[in-house]
Design a protein around this ligand. Structure first.
Ligand code: NI
Length: 209
C-alpha cells in the first residue's frame, strides 16, 4: 500500500535537489545532507514508503506490516559506512534517549542498501553498537527486495569501486531519517542538520505525548 502524501515547498525542493544530485552530479561517498528537516503538510503529493518484503537480523522474513501500528524512524545505509551512517544512527539513539518513556512505542529501523555484504548476521552485530537506538531493527534481503524497498522510499544508492583495494567498494547513498506514523505514512524527514532534540521534540508532538 502506497501512501499518498502532501508536502510543503521545502520538501519539494529537497526532492528536486535529491533528484538533480542523483542524476546529474551523484552523491558524495556515503551520502550528503541536502536539506533541513521538513514537515509534510500541504500542497503537492509524494509517494514515499509502502509495502516491502525483507529479512531481519535474525534471518526472519518481515514486511512493512510487521512493524505496522507503531511510529517508526527509518534510515537506509550500509554497515561498512565509516561515518555518515553511524552518525545518523547515533542521532536516532540520542533522540530515543531524549524521548525516554514517551517514545517507547517508536520503532527504529535500519535498512541496508548493501544486501550483498550486509547479511542478517552482520546486521545482528551492527544494530547493537554503542549509541545506536536500543531495539534497533536491521533489515536486508535479496538485491531485488532491497531495490524495491529503495524505490518505495525514493532512496538512491550506488556502488563506488575502490580502485586501491581490489573488490572493495563504498556505497553512495542518500542519507535521510524518515519518520513514519503508525499507519506507515510519512510524517516528515530528518537530515544530519536535525539535532537529536529536534527529532525527539517533533516525534513527541506528532505522537501526542
Ligand atoms: Ni552511509
Amino acid at each position: 500500500m502506497k501512501a499518498r502524501l502532501h508536502m510543503t515547498a521545502p520538501f519539494k525542493t529537497f526532492l528536486m535537489l535529491t533528484l538533480s544530485m542523483t542524476f546529474m552530479t551523484g552523491l558524495a561517498a556515503c551520502g550528503q545532507p541536502v536539506a533541513q528537516s521538513g514537515k509534510v503538510a500541504t500542497s503537492g503529493t509524494a509517494d514515499i514508503g509502502g509495502a516491502y518484503n525483507l529479512v531481519n537480523q535474525d534471518g526472519q522474513a518481515v514486511t512493512d506490516q510487521t512493524y505496522a501500528g507503531r511510529p517508526q524512524l527509518i534510515y537506509f545505509g550500509f554497515t561498512y559506512c565509516p561515518d555518515i551512517c553511524p552518525t545518523a544512527l547515533m542521532q536516532m539513539g540520542m533522540a530515543q534517549e531524549k524521548l525516554a518513556e514517551k517514545g517507547k512505542d517508536v520503532q527504529y529501523i535500519f535498512i541496508s542498501v548493501d544486501p550483498e555484504r550486509d547479511t542478517p548476521d552482520i546486521l545482528a552485530q551492527y544494530v547493537t553498537a554503542n549509541g545506536f537506538p536500543k531495539g534497533l531493527i536491521g533489515l536486508t534481503g535479496t538485491v531485488e527486495q532491497v531495490e524495491a524497498t529503495k524505490a518505495a522510499y525514493k532512496v538512491y544508492s550506488t556502488k563506488v569501486i575502490d580502485e586501491a583495494s581490489a573488490g572493495d567498494y563504498m556505497v553512495d547513498h542518500s542519507s535521510i531519517i524518515y519518520f513514519m506514523d503508525a499507519k506507515g505514512e510519512l510524517v516528515e524527514f530528518f537530515t544530519h542538520n536535525s539535532t537529536p532534540n529536534d527529532i525527539a521534540t517533533r516525534v513527541r508532538v506528532a505522537i501526542g505525548k
